[in-house]
Design a protein around this ligand. Structure first.
Ligand SMILES: Nc1ncnc2c1ncn2[C@@H]1O[C@H](COP(=O)(O)OP(=O)(O)OP(=O)(O)O)[C@@H](O)[C@H]1O
Ligand SMILES: [Mg+2]
Length: 237
């Protein structure tokens, strides 16, 4: 089995009024695509927020390349190479597309590095080069989603965390979005995503994780994937 880049072990977390995550354990293999599915309110976004340091687990660990992220600041987690595109749109509508993308590199001090990364990202995302000077708010929801992807790559992340990237996309942009996820993965980035569009997402994924009521119900590596071939379903927690 591929080495895990990220391991959840007994993660319990919530927002102060009872636990939302009730002991979540699974591994995210390095270099793969792991897709989390599950009903509304099952804790998928909460789990992703815990990875990014926006929710602090009460119990358990989230180990990324040997470092426990629990208790680390969101900034530290970004510096370690984990970026998240949130479920809700997050561009600054009054700023241009270019300014929004450049903001993604706010932890990078070297202007030359920022310029080089911008060039690379603009090349990979035509929407960025074509609409660089337009206000982000003028783009469609799907175009904004692609710009959000472009922005997250400015930090050259190891792990890209995506919360329902397909939400609200028309079929054409949806295809583009999934292609983009595949390309990010082929570029060597590990992808952890939550997706309601299970059919398309699971086709892309090496591993599927089903969450229900704050627990993992099923965690399965694809038989023809880069993982092991005889994965038995694992019962959570
Ligand atoms: N900021 C918050 N404060 C308090 N409770 C919250 C907060 N965010 C989420 N919750 C609650 O935590 C539970 C899990 O929510 P979460 O957003 O993680 O679910 P989800 O699986 O992502 O659902 P969806 O498919 O609707 O995005 C829900 O009961 C929700 O009401
Ligand atoms: Mg959610």
């Amino acid at each position: 089995m591929a080495e895990p880049v990220l391991s959840f072990d007994g993660v319990v977390a919530g927002y102060g009024g009872g636990d939302v995550l009730k002991g979540v354990s699974f591994d995210v293999p390095a270099g793969g695509v792991t897709c989390i599915v599950g009903p509304n309110g099952s804790g998928k976004s909460t789990l992703l927020k815990a990875v990014s340091g926006l929710v602090r687990p009460r119990l358990g660990s989230i180990v990324f390349q040997g470092e426990n992220l629990v208790g680390r600041s969101p900034r530290r987690i970004l510096e370690r190479g984990i970026v998240q595109v949130p479920q809700n749109h997050s561009l600054f509508r009054e700023m241009t597309v270019r300014q929004n993308v450049e903001l993604g590199a706010y932890l990078v001090r070297d202007k030359r590095v920022i310029a080089e990364r911008y060039e690379r990202v603009a090349e990979a995302f035509p929407i960025v080069s074509e609409r660089a000077g337009d206000k982000a708010g003028a783009l469609s929801g799907g175009q904004q989603r692609l710009v959000e992807f472009a922005r997250c790559l400015m930090l050259d992340p190891t792990l890209v965390v995506l919360d329902e990237p397909s939400m609200g996309l028309d079929p054409k942009t949806l295809r583009q979005m999934f292609q983009t996820v595949r390309r990010m993965n082929e570029a060597g980035r590990t992808i952890l995503l939550v997706e309601q569009n299970a059919r398309q997402a699971l086709r892309l994924a090496d591993q599927g994780v089903v969450m229900e009521n704050g627990r993992v119900r099923l965690d399965r590596l694809r038989a023809d994937g880069r993982g092991h071939g005889d994965a038995a379903p694992r019962r959570g927690p």
